[in-house]
Design a protein around this ligand. Structure first.
Ligand code: NAD
Length: 491
């Protein structure tokens, strides 16, 4: 199997790094390609950044109306090739084809939003701050911007950043996850036809060595990271050490509260989709399901039925609801965490371990799992499982639920299901999370809103998407000017 190529300075080229890691179809274990991974990938990164810097010096002076024109073409190309790209997402990442199509749609919406950059980048002007003196602020690009992406949304997450970065006048270097590099390679092939200057966007494969080279490179001015919390924390602190602007999105453990006045049938279906969608490998997957007071018994049955209905299988099968997890290690880890839950005192009321799918016996499949009775002071209620596991946590009141939620270190998403405006208002006001769902199971912000994780789910200030994207990818310059009449030369 051939080593996958980098895209640097408008060309596909082979890394000098000999070590590789396989890209594996999680449903079949087929090797789809080999990613260069090792110390020499730092040279690839250096080359990409130097070309990106040269491209930036020209691109920054291209009028913003012209800079967004390639994005319009990109939107059309992504739409025309959406089925092929969606299949590629499923092939390397495992999620269902429906989930891949939805993911790509979110990517396209970010391209559309970034097309509004000529308006979004407009700034402020104050006339006569003193007699005859005006002051205004302009937004200028930063330079080379780097992006380090996770495995779980190979088609969407780079688009939280790329379109905004280049529309604002920067160049962009992407390091995709070594587990799922193929989707973005295909997208970069398509981008060859949108008439971007050579070197403006690059794709460099690798792992930690590539990331460290990006963090240390003096010409990289900003880094957008999405991945697990320990790595997010590392990127943020190293980025600070090397003087970079960093936005680092981390992991999560998302709670959902079901109040006694919620519509139980609708609620349980939505919650099952939230927990088991993408096999639980979403940073916005619901995980701790808090049932308040008398709702517990009925909702338990209803969630159990909704979970049992999920058909696990190969993601390219249109009838399948849940694909495999990303790797055999990941499957073993999830099973090990379910074991740990049992040891902590939970009852496994629906057991998804030891799952085997006919025709795909080697795949990393798990069926939906439901745990009941985990101790609230235990480890597992605070651990990101990143697999199809629901924990049912009965509580007595909304106040108790909020206290539990706010005691968690993460803060990516918190949701409530209720028909009471007062409960909903209290929840949105008091829950410590950056993305709140009210009768919504996956509170994923649309492209025009920031993806707003808090606490250990985010390190930085400005988030991805929308206006935050414009602010992150520009630096402000304030100009104060005076034009004394007596200095005007008379002709
Ligand atoms: P990960 O942290 O293992 O990897 C993310 C990226 O960091 C990859 O490109 C990888 O090559 C690189 N990397 C890994 N270890 C590194 C190290 N030691 N030093 C430098 N770079 C390193 O994450 P993952 O498993 O690919 O993705 C799953 C995680 O991402 C979950 O925790 C999930 O919650 C999180 N996530 C968060 C969001 C969000 O918006 N907050 C969105 C998607 C995923």
């Amino acid at each position: 199997m051939e080593k996958l190529q980098n895209y640097i300075n408008g060309n596909w080229s082979i890394s000098s790094e000999d070590q590789t890691t396989p890209v594996i179809n999680p449903a079949t274990q087929e090797v789809l390609g080999r990613v260069p991974i090792g110390p020499n990938t730092a040279k690839d990164l250096d080359s990409a950044v130097n070309h990106a810097h040269a491209a930036y010096l020209e691109w920054r002076n291209v009028p913003v109306m012209r800079r967004v024109q390639p994005l319009y073409k990109l939107k059309t190309l992504l739409e025309e090739n959406s089925e092929e790209i969606s299949r590629l997402i499923t092939l390397e990442c495992g999620k269902t084809i429906h989930e891949s199509r939805a993911e790509l749609q979110r990517a396209i919406e970010n391209v559309e939003t970034a097309c509004a950059t000529p308006t979004l980048i407009q700034s402020e002007f104050s006339e006569n701050i003193a007699r005859g003196v005006d002051e205004f602020m302009i937004r200028q690009p930063l330079g080379v911007c780097g992006c380090i992406a996770p495995f779980n949304f190979p088609g969407m997450i780079p688009f939280w950043f790329l379109p905004y970065a280049i529309a604002c006048g920067n160049s962009f270097v992407l390091k995709p996850s070594e587990k799922v590099p193929l989707t973005m390679m295909r997208v970069f092939e398509l981008m060859e036809d949108i008439e971007l200057p050579k070197g403006l966007v690059s794709l460099v494969h690798g792992g930690k060595e590539t990331v460290d080279a990006m963090l240390e490179h003096p010409k990289v001015k900003a880094i957008s990271f999405v991945g697990s919390t320990p790595v997010a924390r590392y990127i943020y602190s190293q980025g600070a050490k090397y003087g970079k602007r960093v936005q680092a999105q981390g992991g999560a453990k998302n709670p959902v509260v079901i109040m006694p006045d919620a519509d139980l049938d609708v609620t349980s279906k939505i919650i099952a989709d939230s927990v088991f969608g993408c096999a639980g490998q979403r940073c916005l997957a619901a995980s701790n399901i808090i049932t308040v007071s008398d709702v517990s018994g009925t909702i338990k049955e209803s969630l159990f039925e909704a979970a049992k209905l999920k058909r696990t299988g190969y993601g390219l099968d249109e009838l399948v609801d849940m694909g495999p997890v990303i790797s055999s290690q990941s499957k073993s880890r999830v099973e090990m965490l379910i074991d740990r839950g049992e040891r902590e005192g939970a009852e496994v009321i629906l057991d998804g371990r030891n799952c085997s799918i006919k025709g795909f016996e080697t795949g990393n499949f798990l069926h939906p799992t439901i745990l009941e009775g985990l101790p609230l002071n235990g480890d597992l209620v605070k651990t990101e499982i990143f697999g199809p596991v629901m924990s049912l946590l009965p509580m007595n009141s909304l106040e108790q639920a909020l206290e539990f939620i706010n005691g968690n270190n993460y803060g990516n998403m918190a949701c409530i299901f209720t028909s009471s405006g007062a409960s909903a208002r209290k929840f949105r006001n008091e829950a410590d999370a950056g993305n709140i769902g009210i009768n919504i199971g996956v509170a994923a912000p649309m492209a025009q809103f920031p993806f707003s994780g808090w606490n250990d789910s985010f390190f930085g200030d400005l988030h991805g998407q929308g206006r935050h994207g414009i602010e992150f990818f520009t630096q402000t310059k304030v100009v104060i000017e005076r034009w004394p009449k007596e200095w005007t030369r008379k002709f």
